[in-house]
Design a protein around this ligand. Structure first.
Ligand SMILES: C[S@@+](CC[C@H](N)C(=O)[O-])C[C@H]1O[C@@H](n2cnc3c(N)ncnc32)[C@H](O)[C@@H]1O
Length: 340
């Protein structure tokens, strides 16, 4: 008998993986945000779309991740609010999603064909971001989008609070965008000094405008932010989303070399016995040389480092997309400071 699975999401990605998921699981339906289920559950093909809360009422073996990224907080809501065991969330089909997109690109032009129309929708989205990608490529950017939100990573922030055990420390948010990450960290570390750094002057100007906390400072020049941080967060920065979502090779867009340069820079700001926290990156930190100075720390029941497609140090998409580490403790002497 096949195991039972929900598919998380209801959009183009969720629908694209149905044929593959069906081979191994009995699909129970799609899970989506509870918008309006007052007139019953909407249908996509043969399957119902359920609100996330449905996981409490139905027996299932897996929840298959079928979404573009986790910035909307669905996974956090499932795990933290609804008590879903993270081991039950399966990210393996993301790789199939990449292959499906590669197939879309090869389809012949036939405006009557549903797949052709889906393809146009997908390609248009990527075209917009490819354009943005070229525009910023030379300016030392990692992630281009400045999308952010308040308390975007509660499981990680909460874990760091319980791991470090004391307040009054120095924390850096690298790629802080318009400041929400720093304001969120304050919720967990009430007495700590928090610095936010972003490459975008406009983001820093907005963050400064919003800031009413004298122990939070924003910088557009990392040299001015100082070093010796107890925790450095690099959340959703060391990546190119969504352009790398459907690529087999990352070298032209955001290479391992670029990632590695940022890692070397970040390392200069982490003090000994301090922590580097990397979430939603396109590469595995443990593939870098710098990682030899660090030990991965496992967050109990949180076995993911994000949903962005992972590539090898040779810039090829990884067959196994599961990479559970996001927290790393620095265990040897730091090197002398330097910049990219
Ligand atoms: C998607 S936002 C992430 C914001 C926040 N960390 C979060 O997760 O909500 C990515 C941010 O990284 C910034 N960024 C990209 N490359 C950077 C670099 N080399 N140095 C500092 N910031 C960078 C961008 O300007 C953007 O504001």
């Amino acid at each position: 008998m096949k195991q039972k699975a929900f598919i998380l999401g209801r959009g183009i990605f969720a629908q694209a993986i149905v044929p593959q998921v069906k081979k191994s699981y009995e699909i129970l339906g799609f899970l989506n945000d509870a918008k309006d289920f007052t007139n019953g559950y909407p249908k996509i093909g043969n399957y119902n779309v359920y609100p996330l809360e449905k996981v409490k009422d139905m027996q299932y073996d897996k929840i298959i991740f079928g979404m573009g990224d986790r910035s909307n907080g669905f996974v956090d809501r499932l795990t933290i609010q609804l008590g879903v065991d993270t081991k039950k969330i399966d990210y393996n089909f993301l790789n199939i999603k990449n292959k499906v997109f590669a197939l879309f690109k090869k389809l012949k032009n036939n405006p009557k064909d549903i797949f052709y129309r889906m393809r146009i929708k997908v390609i248009n989205r990527y075209a917009r971001s490819s354009f943005a990608n070229k525009k910023y490529n030379k300016q030392g950017y990692n992630q281009i989008s400045n999308q952010t939100a308040f308390d975007r990573y509660p499981a990680i922030f909460g874990f760091m609070k319980s791991t470090v055990k004391f307040d009054g420390i120095k924390i850096l948010s690298f790629g802080c965008s318009t400041g929400e990450e720093c304001f969120s960290i304050r919720k967990y570390f009430e007495k700590s000094k928090i610095a936010g750094y972003d490459i975008s002057e406009a983001n820093i100007a907005k963050a400064r405008q919003k800031n009413k906390d004298s122990a939070i400072q924003f910088f557009n020049d990392l040299n001015k932010a100082g070093s010796e941080y107890d925790i450095v967060f690099a959340m959703d920065v060391l990546c190119r989303w969504p352009v790398l979502k459907c690529k087999e090779d990352s070298s032209d867009i955001y290479s391992f070399e670029q990632f590695n340069k940022s890692i070397e820079l970040l390392d200069n700001h982490v003090k000994q016995n301090g922590y580097l926290v990397i979430f939603n990156a396109n590469y595995c930190f443990t593939d870098t040389e710098v990682a030899k100075k660090y030990e991965p720390v496992t967050i109990p029941h949180f076995l993911t480092s994000g949903e962005h497609t992972k590539f090898s140090s040779n810039n090829r998409v990884l067959e196994n997309q599961n990479y559970e580490y996001s927290v790393f403790k620095k265990v040897t002497e730091p090197r002398t400071a330097g910049r990219i």
